[in-house]
Ligand binder design. Structure first.
Ligand SMILES: Cc1cc2nc3c(=O)[nH]c(=O)nc-3n(C[C@H](O)[C@H](O)[C@H](O)COP(=O)(O)OP(=O)(O)OC[C@H]3O[C@@H](n4cnc5c(N)ncnc54)[C@H](O)[C@@H]3O)c2cc1C
Length: 101
């Protein structure tokens, strides 16, 4: 039968700190976990929630950037159309002037 100085129940943030601190001080530690090592913070709390928030922010930023680029393209397209229309008009005026000579 194995002997331990301390048994820590639960390997979440609290249990992991308790177990490693005791181990560093020379105690023989048994760490008991019924589910996954890391507990709530690693698997459903801090880490996943921050990842979700960060992904949502990145998505939001991308959406705004795309909308801004689209407006910019529409503005450039309208300017190009005007330039082409002006050039066509100049061309017609030139043709008319040449035909009179
Ligand atoms: C959405 C969300 C976001 C969060 N964000 C943050 C944050 O940004 N910053 C922050 O500091 N905190 C945050 N928290 C809080 C943080 O997750 C908790 O404070 C922290 O996990 C508590 O750690 P713990 O070790 O006390 O408990 P837990 O992490 O719950 O660990 C307990 C462990 O014990 C195990 N266990 C239970 N009973 C037994 C048993 N009988 N036998 C064996 N094992 C057992 C469990 O399976 C679990 O792994 C957040 C929580 C949530 C829900």
């Amino acid at each position: 039968m194995k002997h331990y100085d301390i048994a820590v129940i639960g390997a979440g943030s609290g249990g992991l700190v308790a177990a490693t601190s005791a181990h560093r001080r020379g105690a023989k530690v048994a760490l008991l976990e019924k589910n996954k090592i890391g507990g709530e913070c690693t698997h459903s709390g801090c880490v996943p929630s921050k990842t979700l928030i960060s992904s949502a922010r990145a998505y939001q930023a991308t959406k705004h950037t795309e909308a801004r680029r689209l407006k910019e393209l529409e503005r450039k397209n309208a300017r190009l159309k005007k330039i082409v229309a002006d050039l066509s008009l100049d061309n017609e005026i030139l043709k008319e002037a040449l035909s009179k000579k």
